[in-house]
Every structure is written in structure tokens, then in C-alpha cells.
Design a protein around this ligand. Structure first.
Ligand SMILES: *Cc1c(COP(=O)(O)O)cnc(C)c1O
Length: 227
């Protein structure tokens, strides 16, 4: 099966209200175009330089999602065009994104990345720290960011019950914020970005609204290939 057929197959398995974000990191623009040509508009990248390069070469109605850890000094390159930043993992990053968005006269859609996996390598907000920031009202001052929901990554494991537990914890933080901080985050707080190639079915069962799928659509990534 080619990537367009794979995309269609997965799209058909998903509930209609779930966004299928095609994670195109390391993949050539030709692959992106074959999905674009069958109607896909949402693509995820984790490297600023790669996203910026692809943005410049591809149709302008593509919605580019930043899904990987973002360094503050690189925000400015994607701010003019990025559709959604899934990886807001600290107050410092939120403050910088807000500042750059203000410079470009934009309100940028962002998600809080939550640390739920029991792996040291995964980034994200500590849940208590995020609740603290919300209760202090600090995020209200970031008027050039629209917080639209949460993002989470489960531990890389075959233990489905562990994965389910972590996704349910993302969902419960989402519900908690929606119930307790409706005034701060507002009507647009609707998105739960969770689920990748290996665990998206579980994520959907746990309430995901955006699944981020790379290798199942495009095949294994080859990091040695020059862009
Ligand atoms: C690479 C990546 C994905 C996609 O991973 P696959 O296992 O290839 O589907 C999803 N989310 C993030 C944050 C990623 O970096």
C-alpha cells in the first residue's frame, strides 16, 4: 500500500470527529503532496527548520502542526504560519511564544503538553505545576495564545494497560481544566492530542480528538536521508 492508501485506511477506522494528523517528519514533499491530493491538510513536524523548508515549498492551505519540543530561539521562524503548537511544555516557552505571536499580530492556537509517561526522556508540564499556573491566573496574561487543549505521549511499551492509564490521565487533566478554569481557557478548549502509530486505537477509546500518525502512514523513518 502507498501512503495515500494507508492514510485512507486509517481515516476510515477513525470516528469522524477525530483529526488524523499526518506526521511527515523526515519524509519528502512528494509524500506530503500525495496525501494533499486526496484531501489531507493537517501535517505534523517536530523540527523547525524542516517545517519551515516544507512550508516554503508546499501549498499555503496546509495546516502545519508543531509536535516536537520547541527551543525558544527558534519560535520566530514558525510563528508567521504555524497552525497549532502541541508542545507547550513550560511557562517560559508559553511566554516566548506569546511574545513572538504579538510581534506578528497573531493569536496562535496551542496545547499544553502534559508529562504522563514514566520515561525521563519525555517532556511536558508537571500536572500540579500546570494547575498552579492556572490558579494563579498567569496564563490569562498571554493574550496572543489561545489554549485549545492538551497533548500527551504514552510510555513506549507493549503494556496496553499502562498506555491506557496514561491516556486516561491526560483526559482527566483536560476535564479538570475545562471544569475548573473555563474562564481562563474558554470555549475553544476542546482538543486532546494523543495517540501515535502504536497506540492510537487506545487513545481514541480514551477520548483523543487528534491522533498523530507517522510511520504507519509513511513507513519507517530514515534519519540518514538528507532533506
Ligand atoms: C514522531 C512523532 C509522532 C508519530 O510517531 P509514529 O510512531 O511514527 O506514528 C507522534 N507524535 C510526536 C510528538 C512525534 O514526535
Amino acid at each position: 500500500m502507498n501512503c495515500a492508501e494507508k492514510y485512507t485506511e486509517i481515516r476510515q477506522q477513525l470516528p469522524e470527529n477525530v483529526t488524523l494528523l499526518a506526521v511527515s517528519k523526515t519524509k519528502p514533499v512528494e509524500d506530503i503532496m500525495s496525501l494533499y491530493n486526496i484531501g489531507c491538510r493537517d501535517f505534523g513536524e517536530n523540527k523547525v527548520q524542516e517545517m519551515t523548508q516544507k512550508y516554503s515549498e508546499l501549498p499555503k492551505d496546509i495546516r502545519w502542526h508543531q509536535i516536537g519540543h520547541l527551543q525558544t530561539n527558534k519560535i520566530k521562524y514558525i510563528i508567521p504560519f504555524v497552525y497549532m503548537i502541541h508542545s507547550i511544555d513550560s511557562l517560559k516557552l508559553a511566554v516566548e511564544v506569546n511574545k513572538q505571536a504579538a510581534k506578528h499580530n497573531r493569536v496562535v492556537d496551542c496545547l499544553f503538553e502534559l508529562k504522563v509517561a514514566n520515561e525521563e526522556t519525555k517532556s511536558g508540564f508537571d500536572i500540579e505545576e500546570l494547575k498552579q499556573l492556572l490558579s494563579e491566573g498567569i496564563l490569562n496574561e498571554l493574550t496572543n495564545i489561545r489554549f485549545c487543549g492538551v497533548m500527551g505521549m504514552a510510555t513506549n511499551t507493549n503494556d496496553a494497560s499502562e498506555i491506557r492509564k496514561e491516556f486516561l490521565s491526560v483526559k482527566s487533566v483536560f476535564d479538570y481544566i475545562k471544569e475548573n478554569y473555563a474562564g481562563e481557557v474558554g470555549e475553544c478548549f476542546t482538543q486532546i492530542s494523543m495517540g501515535m502509530s502504536g497506540d492510537y486505537q487506545i487513545a481514541v477509546e480514551c477520548g483523543s480528538t487528534i491522533v498523530r500518525i507517522g510511520s504507519t502512514i509513511f513507513g519507517e523513518r530514515d534519519y540518514s536521508r538528507p532533506l
